[in-house]
Structures are given as C-alpha cells and as structure tokens.
Design a protein around this ligand. Sequence first.
Ligand code: 5GP
Length: 241
Amino acid sequence: MPQQGKQLYEGKAKILYATDDPTLVIQYFKDDATAFNAQKKGTILDKGVCNNRISAALFAYLESKGVRTHFVKQLDERSMLVKKLEIVPLEVTIRNITAGGMSRMLGIEEGIMLKPPVFEWHYKSDALSDPLINDDHIIAMGWATAKELSAIRAESFKVNDALKAFFNDRQLDLVDFKLEFGRFQGSLLLGDEISPDTMRLWEHGTRNKLDKDRFRRDLGSVEEAYKEVLRRVLGESQVCR
Ligand code: 5GP
C-alpha cells in the first residue's frame, strides 16, 4: 500500500500528493468550487466525497469498456490512487446537446440535440480561460502529435458512447463533458476526474440540471444534485454522508 508523501500540486478542486512509488500519486477531492475561471468561489458540502466516489465508479466502468485510465483504486472517501501522468495541456469537450460555452459562443439556445456530437479541443490555460483551438494549433505548438490527437479523439468518442449509455440507464441525459489525457509509460491514459464538476447531466423529461451549473447559476439544491448523481451512479442504497 503506497504511503502518502508531500503535496505536489493544489488545483481548484483537487490536491495531488506524491507516494513512495514514483509512478503513482494520490488525488484528493476538495469541497471547493469555482466557476467562470475562478471569479466565483464557494464550497459545496461533501462535493469532494461525491466526486471521488462518482469518478472512481465511472473510471472502473470505463476500464470495463476498454478505456485505459489513470485510476488504480479508491483509497478513502476523498482520495484515489492514480498513475502519475505527464498531462497533455489540452481539454477535450464532447457535446451531445447544446449548453454552456457552445450556446454562448454561437448565440444558440440550450437543449438542441447535436447529431453527430460536437468535439472540441481547448488549450488548458486558466490565464486564457481554456481557449477553443484546432489540431493545427496543437501540432504547430508541439503540445501533442497528430497520432496522439487521433488516439485521444477516438478514445473520447468511446467514452461518450459508454457514458451516454450508462447515464441513459439511470434516467439522465449526458449533455456534455470535459476530459483530460496524459502520457504514462508510452501510452495515453484518461486522467483527471469525471464528475458533476466536469459534465452536464439533465434529468430525463424534466431537464432538471444535476451538475455544477446549479452552483454556476445559483439554482439552489447544489449539494442535493451531487448526492442524487452519486445515488444514481452507485445504486439506491449508497448515498453520500
Ligand atoms: P463549457 O465549455 O460549456 O463551459 O463546458 C463544457 C463541459 O466541460 C461542461 O460539462 C463543463 O463542466 C466541462 N468543462 C469545461 N471546461 C472545464 C474546466 O475548466 N473545468 C471543469 N471542471 N469543467 C470544465
């Protein structure tokens, strides 16, 4: 069992700790929440517990569907053991239904079904608010190779197919989500987290939002939304504290 070492990095929602195994790190989930590039800050009680458990369950599910991820195992209620990645400085977004950034950028209403889904690359930069970029920017800047981009794209669509089906079975629409990938011993692995912080989930029929948009837009019942997603992901008997 790897022992927790020094803090390597503190982000907006997570802290990474070294372990005595240089290939493994501990990802700790905080209750801190930010939105609009950290202009809005707050705390969502037990968000860290929910997101750790939701991410652990979704990584394990995706592994069972042939997606290679950094997830090793859940350690406790707020931490998971993950492989230490060399993060590719890109964020992938896949959109199945219009919302958020796409609605703003193109001046279109939320809730329009997108067929086929829309794939976006964003450059991972808080200072620049993660700008939308294309393959040419990435290759010209040397952030990833063309071969890596096609592998990430194919893997991201595999994630979309698997997660859409998973949430459909739980009466939730997967509106959109963000993924990050990293290099590990010559392969690309899915990293970061998959949680209501990083995806939009709408309840079937009512289109009630069960994700971080409740915090971003002051919709209320924020904690309840995270707990409801956890309940649906794990099954009826398992709830957050
Ligand atoms: P949008 O571009 O519409 O703001 O985000 C699309 C999807 O990706 C949403 O589900 C959103 O939660 C997620 N996403 C995009 N960028 C970020 C980010 O920097 N941090 C987090 N936590 N999620 C993001």
